[in-house]
Design a binder for this molecule. Structure first.
Ligand SMILES: Cc1cc2nc3c(=O)[nH]c(=O)nc-3n(C[C@H](O)[C@H](O)[C@H](O)COP(=O)(O)OP(=O)(O)OC[C@H]3O[C@@H](n4cnc5c(N)ncnc54)[C@H](O)[C@@H]3O)c2cc1C
Length: 382
């Protein structure tokens, strides 16, 4: 670890403990998103633009610096970490990598400052893992596109100001017709479904995004039809963020459990004195450290461009599944207390499941891993 990462990690851990930990329970219990002023605070701290270029207000640092901040915030307050995730690893990176100079100037400074936030709208009611089955279409009319369709499970849906919408920009079949266009909240015809009541992810809004003859300027097209592969190339950065969220959740469960088994006594001695408790704790450490090593390898591969998709899928698949197991073990080692909201273990477990569905399931990551390993594609339709 370089001194720079250590320093930003230390700062993020401090802010997490002082500012976001005290509000985390309430945001979860009330399913309330991070207040706008708190998002702006993240902007003022420079956390929203760590891995975005300096000319747009960011720091131009490697992605690993942003991941360190996501982890520290994510250990205590996922709604706060989510903002750093969206701006540094999410749709804003698509604008950064694939947008025109004019688009980057138009949208990135506000995102870096926390003035605006962005969501990515890919999934649809009938197109989840099979994203290229999407039906939302954008028809060219003069110098605009008219968009119709429904997107589902959109994190930050209803809350975000800008929606990077993957849509059919031409009649070409499959992935060939798909591109990306930004739609601004408030555009006539753009509406949102009711907020989903998810098992976890409480405090991170999720809703359908509905397009009913929404007119967006052609200037808002970030990636024209046929650019789906490029969009998914940059999506590897989002998967690094997703992996980090899983790691954060698991590390938090491990930290809390390590403290708990030394404090709690049964049969006249601390739980940690029992060999089976040691075995379980060791299993938690083993799994967290293995996932961390894979994440670091994947993040290092992004030093000179986009991350290596093979390394990213290895890390995401491992971390997503690891977080579910490790939080489960943590709950068990907390006994009855692990099953209460008060101790926070159940929340970590609920959240671990969400990250393992978002951003492509472990099953789809496995297909990708073998595909990259063998250098060939596996057609899921034939
Ligand atoms: C918390 C959360 C946040 C999300 N945020 C966003 C967001 O911001 N933007 C967005 O666009 N989407 C978002 N999503 C949607 C997410 O990307 C999809 O839920 C995910 O891709 C899976 O699609 P699905 O739910 O339709 O499940 P399905 O695709 O129906 O899959 C159901 C099951 O079948 C398996 N399966 C499907 N196809 C195959 C196959 N070929 N081989 C083996 N197994 C297969 C899957 O692995 C899964 O276990 C989010 C989802 C969640 C839960």
């Amino acid at each position: 670890m370089t001194d720079d990462i250590r320093e930003i990690r230390r700062l993020a851990a401090q802010v997490a403990a002082d500012v976001y930990a005290p509000m985390a329970d309430e945001l979860d219990a009330e399913r309330r998103p991070l207040p706008v002023e708190e998002r702006k605070r993240l902007g003022e701290l420079g956390f929203l633009g760590i891995a975005l270029p300096e000319e747009f207000g960011g720091s131009g640092a490697p992605i690993s610096h942003a991941l360190a901040v996501i982890e520290e915030l994510g250990k205590v307050c996922r709604p706060a970490a989510f903002q750093v995730f969206e701006s540094n690893t999410g749709p804003a990176q698509v604008i950064n990598h694939l947008g025109t100079e004019q688009q980057r100037r138009r949208w990135l400074p506000d995102i870096v400052a926390g003035e605006k936030t962005m969501a990515v709208a890919i999934s649809e009611p009938d197109a989840g893992s099979a994203a290229t089955d999407m039906r939302t279409s954008a028809k060219p009319v003069d110098d605009t596109y008219v968009i119709n369709g429904t997107k589902r499970w959109i994190s930050n849906g209803g809350e975000a100001d800008l929606y990077l919408t993957y849509t059919r920009l031409s009649d070409a079949p499959g992935s060939k017709g798909i591109g990306g266009i930004v739609v601004e909240k408030g555009t006539p015809g753009l509406s949102f479904g009711a907020q989903e009541k998810l098992m976890g992810f409480r405090g991170i809004p999720s809703a359908d995004v509905i397009f009913d003859d929404v007119v967006a300027p052609a200037d808002n097209v970030v990636v024209p039809a046929g650019g789906f592969g490029k969009l998914f190339g940059v999506f590897s950065i989002e998967r690094l963020g997703n992996t980090t969220m899983s790691l954060a959740v698991a590390q938090a469960a491990l930290d809390r459990t390590t403290a708990y088994v030394q404090e709690r006594e049964q049969f006249g001695k601390p739980l940690v004195e029992f060999q089976s408790v040691q075995t379980n704790l060791a299993d938690m450490v083993l799994q967290v450290e293995a996932a961390r090593a894979l994440l670091e390898k994947a993040a290092d591969s992004a030093d000179t461009g986009l991350p290596d998709p093979f390394k990213v899928s290895l890390a995401k698949c491992t971390a997503n599944e690891m977080a579910k197991r490790v939080t489960d073990l943590g709950m068990q080692l907390h006994g009855g207390n692990g099953y209460t909201e008060e101790y926070g273990l159940e929340r970590l477990h609920r959240d671990s499941h969400g990250w393992a569905i978002a951003g492509g399931t472990p099953a789809m990551q496995r297909t990708r891993i073998v595909s990259e390993l063998l250098g060939r594609r596996f057609d899921q339709r034939r």
